[in-house]
Ligand binder design. Structure first.
Ligand SMILES: [Mg+2]
Length: 223
């Protein structure tokens, strides 16, 4: 773990990583995706959910599938699905404190939109603590786990992958990061899709609590 005190670029996934999956924030987005599909295609919510998940598993994000198969305007979709009320989500003071202690560069790397990143980080009380964010529009709508967005992220922020770490709840999203030379860290969770590749060798670290993981590294760094 001591090697992590040498990391110069900290890259965080957003959903179910910077906040716990147990908060159900992402369920709100998930519901909005179903109602978007339901309204657009005149199907009921059960059918809409089926289409949504099919696209998600096949294309990496529901949006990718909608763009490829149904020619959906991505901005319209993103605006609709990320318009969620999460005012009930509590501030994460410990996460804030530990992020502040990391003096190296910090980035958010999300398959969601910049508006969603802002909404969530504001609500958690960790806005303004990052050096940049890379969203699905920066990725030209090609989501993780495709290789391209990882390369674009590196290019956009001039990262040195050998001095970078990616922290993610979806184990499979760590594969390309590792191939490019990054350290990888999986946030343990019980979501079948997210944990299905949790035993793959491309995962360097497994943690169950992000703030306390960062706290440990911050303590190590100062010793
Ligand atoms: Mg996530």
């Amino acid at each position: 773990m001591k090697e992590l005190t040498e990391i110069k670029y900290w890259i965080f996934d957003l959903d179910n990583t910077l906040y716990s999956g147990q908060t159900k924030v992402f369920s709100e987005v998930d519901k909005k995706m179903s109602s978007f599909i339901s309204e657009k295609f005149g199907v009921d919510l059960i059918e809409a959910k089926k289409i949504q998940k099919e696209y998600f598993y096949e294309y990496g994000t529901t949006l990718s599938g909608l763009m490829k198969k149904k020619n959906i305007n991505p901005n319209e979709f993103l605006e609709f699905v990320h318009d969620i009320d999460i005012s009930w989500l509590p501030k994460d003071k410990l996460l804030r404190e530990e992020l502040i202690k990391i003096k190296e560069k910090k980035y958010i790397f999300s398959n969601g939109s910049h508006a969603h990143i802002e909404n969530v980080t504001n609500q958690l009380g960790i806005d303004g603590l990052f050096d940049g964010a890379f969203d699905i529009t920066d990725a030209d709508f090609v989501p993780k786990p495709h290789l391209e967005p990882y390369k674009k992220l590196i290019e956009k922020f001039k990262l040195d992958p050998k001095k970078s770490i990616l922290i993610e709840d979806i184990a499979h999203n760590l594969e390309q990061a590792k191939k490019l030379g990054m350290k990888t860290c999986w946030l343990e969770n019980d979501e079948a899709f997210a944990k299905k590749d949790a035993d793959k060798p491309y995962i360097d670290y497994k943690i169950n609590n992000l703030p306390s993981f960062l706290q440990k590294i911050n303590v190590l760094r100062n010793n």
